[in-house]
Design a protein around this ligand. Structure first.
Ligand SMILES: *Cc1c(COP(=O)(O)O)cnc(C)c1O
Length: 425
């Protein structure tokens, strides 16, 4: 078994999500829509949880990857904590029934309102990213007669060797404080009345496909732990961030498995007696979701064949934004040996960037056929918009032989009625 294993498989030539034919869901819900598998979500959460067996730990799902209430509830009931990066995500976690002591608040720009809400509602810790933020948290906590537990996010200056837009651990990135200044900043934190420093936080980027950058970062954190303890700080919790990558293409070398990642964590920081937190997002949700779409037209260009889908960049922005590669498969399994030909696979939006794949080898398809984008569960639906007044793409969750719409497609009236007309019009 690999981390790539999911529950979207062909059975008798038809793509299933667990025990439900995907085409049956499409007939009920209409396309495009996101579809998630409960079994895959839980499997991935448990792989991380088991990888840290033997260490006191909490797996805090980075909910920015996919934050539907039903997904959060599924993971929270399995024991997951949540990593939130905004007041909205904090509210979502609370609404899904996650207790404050299992919610970690990350992010470089927490506002006063967000800090106050989390303090009064309950929070496991703030992962602080700057000195001004530290002072604001202290001030607000003091005014509330509280003490805020914090870690400080250090920037270890390691190259995560991932896409530049999702690398966060180099000194030129906006995240955290330079690890070289950590002693100074921890001393400042210790002197502030409203906060209690309990640990160290690090997160070096997303879609990492090798362990080495993590190992370098965690080794630096281990060293820093000893230094800070010698300075008198009670470092008892290490938040090691998220970022473990997933296999998007079957042909590429598979990224390390959670169990290997866990072993490396034990090697680098296991001896310190700290409670360990990790914040995986993509690896839990990524391969637990697909985007289902319908072919609208096949169009012969001068030198290429276009496959025009009813999904577009507003529904799945990863190809346009990160040059991401998604496997695209027909819901009806191609006959063995059928000829595949190159297609440019595009959406209907009026931008050339609305291109999902170029010269992708595909079996013969015709208008009305259904396809699925695999590995679309993370950073898919959450980044969707209503650009071109295309209704926000719905979400569906499968469990065994059941499925439920977990976010309905808005009607045009609902979209239009969100606007309000000023009195002078
Ligand atoms: C985005 C993010 C994560 C999750 O990253 P994945 O690559 O989805 O695992 C975790 N922690 C922080 C602070 C983040 O910003």
């Amino acid at each position: 078994m690999t981390a790539a294993m999911d529950h979207f498989l062909y059975r008798d030539g038809a793509l299933f999500a667990e025990d439900v034919p995907v085409a049956e869901i499409a007939a009920t819900v209409g396309t495009p829509f996101y579809l998630y598998s409960t079994a895959t979500l839980l499997r991935h959460f448990r792989l991380f949880d088991e990888a840290l067996d033997g260490l006191p730990h909490l797996v805090c799902y980075a909910m920015k990857a996919a934050s539907n209430q039903a997904i959060l509830k599924t993971l929270a009931e399995a024991g997951a904590g949540m990593d939130v990066v905004s007041g909205g995500e904090y509210a979502r976690a609370v609404a899904a029934g996650v207790p404050g002591e299992r919610i970690v608040f990350s992010g470089v720009g927490k506002t006063r309102d967000e800090i106050r809400t989390a303090l009064t509602g309950g929070i496991r810790q703030f992962n602080v990213e700057s000195e001004p933020e530290m002072e604001v948290i202290s001030e607000i906590a003091t005014a509330l007669d509280m003490t805020a537990p914090i870690t400080i996010r250090v920037n270890p200056d390691v190259d995560a060797q991932t896409h530049a837009k999702i690398a966060t651990g180099k000194s030129e990135n906006k995240f955290g404080i330079p690890i070289s200044r950590a002693r100074e900043v921890y001393a400042l934190a210790a002197a502030l009345p409203g906060i209690e420093v309990i640990g160290i936080d690090v997160h070096i980027g997303s879609q990492l496909t090798q362990l080495e950058p993590f190992r370098q970062a965690y080794a630096k954190v281990a060293e820093l732990t000893e230094v800070l303890r010698a300075d008198g700080h009670d470092i008892r919790r290490l938040d090691l961030g998220g970022g473990l990558g997933i296999p998007y293409a079957r042909s590429n070398a598979a990224p390390p498995l959670p169990v290997e990642y866990g072993r490396m964590i034990k090697d680098t920081v296991g001896h310190l007696g700290c409670e360990i937190e990790i914040e995986p997002g993509r690896l839990i949700a990524g391969n637990a979701g697909i985007l289902v779409s319908k072919v609208i037209y096949l169009k012969q260009g001068e030198d290429r064949q276009f496959l025009i889908l009813d999904a577009a960049m507003n529904d799945l922005i990863r190809p346009a934004m990160y040059d991401a590669w998604h496997e695209i498969v027909p819901l009806r399994e191609p006959e063995p040996g059928v000829e595949q030909t190159p297609h440019d696979i595009v959406g209907p939006v009026c931008e050339t960037g609305d291109t999902f794949a170029k010269a992708r080898m595909m079996p013969p398809l015709k208008a009305g056929d259904l396809v699925a984008f695999r590995s679309a569960g993370a950073y898919g639906a959450v980044m969707a918009s209503e650009y071109n007044t295309r209704p926000l793409v719905p979400e569906v969750l499968v469990r065994d032989d059941k499925f439920a719409v977990i976010r309905a497609r808005p009607t045009f009236d609902e979209i239009i009625n969100r606007d309000t007309i000023p009195p002078w019009l």
